[in-house]
Design a protein around this ligand. Structure first.
Ligand code: SF4
Length: 348
């Protein structure tokens, strides 16, 4: 790849501060590292997955697949690669490892945490299960392997409402996001469902920052703009949005919408993708960076490919993996099979 080719892909990005803005000179500095990664990727028979929230030079310079955590894990389900470099955070690497146990999975991030996934432990879930023995335990995909292993069904932001409605249990404990939990309670009321939902108190510090005041301000300033929010935002933001969905659904909505202006209430990476891939659409307002996702630097991807450090290699004990896999398989049974009577294989 030449610096000019990289620059053409990145030059329209204006969100995300200095770290996500590109001049031709900056691309000239980045391109030797990009090319070394591309060379090593072939040599090591590796595949690189990049979450939409990581820096644009990784998304557009070296990634084979880009998307949200679950889509990416599924993208490599039948990969012939020996190594999966998952440029994201730890729980996402774990999901890839649960689904691809035979592969080496590496997460290059310097700080692979997540305020949401780190808000609850397996011990917390065991305690809650004793406290609420008649509840079904539903975990969002943003949880550790040990937490998934203690739950009945895993969900994504795209299928949570449908799965909760189809569960035979009326009493539900949802974890770990309190905003998604309250949005779930409100949605069940709207659907006149008999489900009673309790939820944990975790939150994503990125989505927590968005307020309804921000939404009202944008509506006044840009009356034609579509406001698109993630379900990890609070209930007032969600209620005042034109569309609510996970990152892939947000992109899809924006792609299909005839509107020209958008406010994307999620991590800046999605706004970067909008600017890079849809230059005819306008972005209004500002966005928030995730320090964990942005702690994956291009040089870390190179270093992890050359010689991963122990902490970058995802390892999972087999009993925990099998239990966590059950909660993912249950997700597919409820998301597809319960409706159609046909249980689809995982990731189809
Ligand atoms: S954006 Fe929020 S949920 Fe995603 S990794 Fe960062 S802290 Fe976690």
């Amino acid at each position: 790849m030449t610096a000019q080719e990289l620059y053409i892909k990145l030059k329209n990005i204006r969100v995300g501060g200095q770290v996500c803005q590109y001049s031709l000179k900056k691309c000239e500095e980045l391109v030797p590292v990009v090319n070394e990664i591309l060379r090593l990727k072939k040599e090591k028979n590796a595949v690189i997955l990049a979450h939409s929230y990581v820096t644009p030079e990784i998304v557009y310079g070296v990634a084979d697949f880009v998307g949200d955590s679950y889509k990416l894990s599924c993208d490599v389900l039948n990969t012939s690669a020996d190594v999966i470099v998952f440029v994201a955070v730890r729980f996402m690497g774990e999901t890839a490892k649960i689904l691809n146990p035979g592969k080496q999975v590496i997460v290059p991030a310097r700080d692979p945490g997540c305020t949401l996934a780190d808000s609850i432990t397996a011990e917390d879930v065991r305690r809650l299960r004793q406290q609420f023995p008649d509840h079904a335990f539903i975990c969002y995909v943003n949880t550790s392997v040990d937490v998934k292993a203690e739950c009945d069904v895993c969900v994504t932001s795209a299928n949570v409402y449908a799965i909760v409605e189809r569960l035979p249990n009326d009493k539900i404990y949802f974890l770990p996001d309190k905003f998604m939990g309250l949005n779930l309670v409100n949605e069940m009321k709207r659907r006149k469902s008999s489900k009673q939902v309790r939820f944990w108190s975790g939150s994503c510090y990125v989505h927590e920052e968005y307020t309804e005041e921000q939404v009202f301000k944008i509506r006044l300033e840009y009356p034609d703009a579509k406001i698109v929010s993630h379900p990890e935002c609070n209930a007032q933001v969600v209620a005042n949005s034109d569309f609510v969905g996970g990152t892939e659904q947000m992109l899809d909505y924006m792609r299909k919408s005839p509107a020209k202006q958008f406010l994307m209430l999620t991590e800046c990476g999605l706004s970067s993708r909008l600017q890079a891939e849809f230059p005819d659409k306008d972005l209004v307002g500002s966005c928030t960076l995730c320090k964990y996702m942005k702690s994956n630097l291009l040089e870390d991807v190179l270093q992890a490919l050359k010689a991963p450090r122990q902490g970058q290699i995802v390892t999972i004990e087999e009993p925990a993996r099998l239990k966590a896999l059950k909660s993912l398989q249950a997700m597919f049974q409820y998301a597809q099979g319960a409706k159609t009577g046909v249980v689809q294989p995982l990731c189809e």
